[in-house]
Design a protein around this ligand. Structure first.
Ligand code: SAM
Ligand code: SF4
Length: 640
């Protein structure tokens, strides 16, 4: 190794990427600066958070980060450099990469799609399963081979970011010179400083401090131009301690983002023509924000735009409002929201966590209220969210989904297992029965709601009987989609420390195959029921397989494929509905809604005939839901 690892995190280095209005800038930087919560190193480089540690936010020294920003603003203009980013893992990682690009753009870096042309190569990583990490090690070896071919002055800086960085820390710097810098998920503001510290010096740099406050609330992510769907992160971290899961150790404590900043960002997206937002969080529906924690709106009122938001000016300062909305909110949610928070309603019936349920919730803006506020911004914009925990689905959340036509009727309900005994060993906080009762409640409050899940096969101590319970759960619920995994032990988790990974690999794989098979069988039956239905589809663009076909997603997040031919308007009078309409005939474009009648299906895709271009509101007025049953059956499904 060329040099000893040097940590380049230092006072003032975590510079928030703001450029104007020093007072507000200092305030924003102080409020979001990373504060350490890491207490001890676990086996294999894992890091454990002390469960007894206070969750009160720790404040960074006043003014330090602001001073660094002022220095930077006054400095000479630098030559712009190219950064190449590769992202692995979940949607949160995709959105995190957009956040880091925003930070870097502000400090003189442009994104390139060509790694050969890059001054900096960043790999945003996932640590959830061993396989995910194995892939990243291979990529790092490949980047090393690229570097070898370049002159010393042209060698790109290689950085490992995100969850694997947080988990392995110095191991990544020590391993065969594969990386120059390592930055955890709460250290993206510090990236420009880390890069500068290592570029051309042969030094190594690392910032893996976890924060109890960082939400990147003031950073507008750099998104693909013209995209019609966007991710918006609303909370970070996870306070659950599912025995198998590394997330609490790599992502830190739960913290929620100021709702005003979320509404601001969603409003900007709406103005840019984005038609679908997905609210993100490791435990998204655990969202709880105590009003007054930060001061996003007064920051805006002082005349600043958010980072990465060149177009946003004072005109946006009122963006904390409720859009069309208060009239559509339930009186209870509206009253509580006006008062700054919501009454606390607890977890879904039969669910628990290691914390008292009211912790940090009473008087806070909770997920139901936030979802309502976001949905009110643009009734033509679909709203989705992931990844939720089933415990955080009290009736209030289900009622908002049922009431708001633009909140998609598609819920991810990660079960993990269908066996109460396994769920207990996983420390999930519910039984099979409680989970099934919740599913019934969803079906009652949101008729026609699509339900999806995550399943782990072969967790510690899983018996054949436990496994059979999971197979039967797959059949009982009838999931529309499922993400199914063989258990992968992660160093540092409670399962790795206290339970034995005792299901042999071949048994794990056999059980996984049986779970997949059970899912496929019921999903195929459900797919057949789709034939004849008419769905509201948001067009994404040409199909990859056939350029003369278009693809798009239904409200239930299924792919639909249909011919790329001109159609009229759908949603007018009866004649137009039948004929596809004469007025406004045109080929549907990406970002438009169309009505598609399903004529056939494969396991994962619906094939159909496009009946016409429409709007979310018109379709809903016509059918009272996001899809309609075949004519003649008399039933209209997904009624709201
Ligand atoms: N917060 C969500 C919840 O409570 O269910 C899950 C998010 S987790 C980041 C994504 C999924 O990865 C989990 O639902 C689980 O199925 C899977 N997963 C997590 N740890 C795993 C492990 N050690 N082995 C296999 N799969 C795992
Ligand atoms: Fe992991 Fe989800 Fe459990 Fe949190 S709630 S520990 S993210 S599985």
């Amino acid at each position: 190794m060329a040099s000893a690892t040097s940590l380049s995190f230092r006072a003032g280095a975590a510079g928030a990427s703001r450029v104007t209005a020093p007072a507000a800038t200092r305030r924003a930087a102080r409020k979001t600066r990373a504060a350490p919560t890491v207490r001890a190193h676990g086996p294999g480089g894992g890091v454990h958070l002390d469960p007894n540690e206070s969750i009160a936010p720790s404040r960074a020294p006043k003014g330090v980060a602001g001073a660094a920003i002022l220095d930077r603003d006054d400095g000479p203009e630098r030559e712009r450099k190219n950064v190449y980013v590769e992202t692995y893992g979940c949607q949160m990682n995709v959105n995190d990469s957009e956040v880091m690009l925003s930070v870097l753009k502000d400090r003189g870096y442009d994104e390139t799609g060509d790694m050969h042309d890059a001054d900096v190569i960043l790999v945003n990583t996932c640590a959830i399963r061993d396989k995910a990490e194995a892939k990243i090690w291979q990529r790092l070896a490949y980047f090393k081979s690229l570097r070898r071919k370049k002159k010393k002055s042209e060698k790109p800086v290689v950085g490992v970011l995100g969850c694997m960085a947080e988990r392995l820390k110095t191991q990544l710097l020590e391993a065969d010179q594969l990386a120059d810098l390592v930055a955890g998920p709460d250290a993206y503001r510090d990236l420009p400083n880390l890069i500068e510290a290592v570029a051309g010096t042969g030094e190594k740099a690392m910032n893996v401090q976890l924060s109890v406050e960082e939400t990147y609330a003031d950073i507008i992510p750099v998104r693909k131009e013209g995209a019609h769907a966007a991710f918006v992160t609303i909370m970070r971290g996870c306070d659950n301690a599912c025995a198998f899961c590394i997330v609490p150790y790599t992502r830190g404590r739960e913290r929620s983002r100021d709702p005003a900043s979320i509404e601001y960002e969603v409003r900007l997206l709406s103005e840019q023509g984005v038609k679908e937002v997905t609210l993100l969080g490791q435990n998204v529906n655990s969202y709880a924000y105590q009003e007054g924690e930060t001061d996003f709106l007064s920051m805006l009122a002082s005349g600043e735009g958010a980072v990465g938001d060149a177009a946003a000016g004072e005109g946006q300062a009122g963006a904390g409002g409720d859009g069309d909305g208060a009239g559509v909110m339930s009186a209870e949610v509206a009253a509580a929201t006006a008062a700054g928070g919501s009454p606390f309603s607890g977890y879904a019936a039969g669910f628990s966590s290691r914390y008292a349920p009211e912790r940090r919730r009473e008087g806070a803006v909770q997920f139901a209220a936030l979802l309502d506020r976001v949905a009110a911004i643009d009734p033509e914009m679909r709203v989705r969210f992931t990844s939720p925990h089933p415990k955080d689905f009290p009736d209030e959340v289900l009622e908002v989904i049922a009431r708001r036509p633009n909140v998609c009727n598609c819920l991810h309900m990660p079960a993990q297992s269908g066996s109460t005994a396994t769920l207990e060993r996983m420390a999930r906080g519910y039984t099979r029965e409680a989970y099934l009762t919740l599913i019934d409640r969803v079906k009652e409050i949101i008729p026609g709601c699509a339900i999806t899940t995550d399943i782990i096969s072969g967790f510690c101590g899983e018996t054949e009987e436990d496994h059979a319970d999971t197979v039967s759960l797959m059949k009982a619920v009838g999931y529309e989609q499922a993400f199914m995994f063989a258990y992968s032990e992660r160093d540092g988790t409670s399962a790795a420390r206290h339970q034995e990974d005792d299901v042999p690999e071949d048994v794990k794989q056999r059980r996984l195959a049986e779970v997949i098979d059970a899912f496929r069988t019921t999903a195929a039956e459900r797919q057949k029921e789709e034939v004849g239905r008419t769905h509201l589809v948001l067009v994404e663009g040409p199909s990859k397989k056939n350029e003369r076909e278009l693809t798009g997603k239904t409200d239930s997040a299924k792919w639909a494929v249909f011919a790329d031919t001109p159609v009229g308007i759908y949603g007018g009078d009866e004649d137009e509905e039948r004929t596809g309409g004469e007025k406004g005939v045109a080929t549907p474009r990406a970002g438009e809604y169309v009505a598609v009648r399903v004529t056939g299906c494969s396991t994962g895709t619906l094939f159909g005939e496009c009946l016409g271009r429409t709007t979310l509101t018109a379709f809903n007025e016509m059918h009272g839901g996001a899809y309609a049953e075949a004519k003649g059956t008399g039933a209209v499904a997904a009624a709201r």
